[in-house]
Design a protein around this ligand. Sequence first.
Ligand code: ADP
Ligand code: DAR
Length: 355
Amino acid sequence: MLYTSSLSKLESGWCSLASSDSKSLIKKYLTKGVFGELKGKKTSFGSTLLDCVQSGFENHDSGVGIYAPDAEAYTVFAPIFDPIIEDYHKGFKPTDKHPAKDWGDVNALGDLDAEKKYVISTRVRCARSLVGYPFNPLLTEAQYKEMEEKVSTTLKGLAGDLQGEFYRLTGMSKTVQQKLIDDHFLFKEGDRFLQAANASRFWPTGRGIFHNRDKTFLVWCNEEDHLRLISMQMGGNLGEVYKRLVTAVNDVEQRLPFAHHDRLGFLTFCPTNLGTTIRASVHIKLPKLAADKAKLEQVAAKYSLQVRGTRGEHTDAEGGVYDISNKRRMGLTEYQAVKEMNDGITELIKIEKQL
Ligand code: ADP
Ligand code: DAR
């Protein structure tokens, strides 16, 4: 049985969320019945329902509000994860199986904005979890150090234009760190959603960034996921960005075993990133379309695109620059996810030109 403190925190957290005006997916799907069914359960790692939903209980402005403290949580707490996955990924049902990895034809994509009028920069990222380690909330300080060493040693083996250096957050000067964040290369600190999910323990131990000379290939270590592998560059040449990411991921996965689930695809801390784990995004200015933000979001949603502020979720646009990306990551291949962004952004630019 769970300690009474955990159960009482669950009960009070659920009541507080139920009476709030939260729009989160756990508010929508953690019904009294599902709550009653799951509140006493634990994974073999010891993760409880509270470990999964505490971020959403503390942050009623969460969009989703739930994370998986370990891979088993997706199965033990399936009655809450499955409906959230089906809602977020637009119909990925509990009976559906995520397709095998398929990067498609890496030469099929080109420049989203050859005239260089709208797209400021283009980025494609995927997430990977290392086999043998639980997710952030359960990692020990020793595991953080071990993973950091394993990742930095592995990435030292990259060659050609992927060759680069690993920089630990521990000991990084605040000036260097802030410049990397300001320039959109490094993850921000103090994400309250991750902190509330117990995903920031022992910070900055085990956290770091690898990047090549041109900062066009980067790897985040132990921010939200074990690894975020990122390809990015100025301008709209999605084809070049995508090709670089595929080359890099194919190389790294020869050196590190990644956690993959037969039904859910590549496993991640947040259910919104499961499956392909691909987010293909542009920093883009669409002044006419964005004059009416609601209209921009409505048009974007038609193409399964997500509109966010300049620095990602829960941020505002700076100087009219929006981060627009594919929303779906499950039930389609890596190529299809990037193509969905490609086609959606192409349409948004076409509409902007007609206004
Ligand atoms: P998450 O999906 O966990 O919210 P992302 O993979 O979207 O995180 O990374 C968010 C970070 O990436 C932010 O710092 C944001 O500034 C940066 N970013 C996202 N898209 C772009 C882009 N097209 N150009 C430059 N930076 C970008
Ligand atoms: N901030 C949490 C997670 C939303 C999805 N984004 C991630 N995983 N970076 C929320 O529920 O809003």
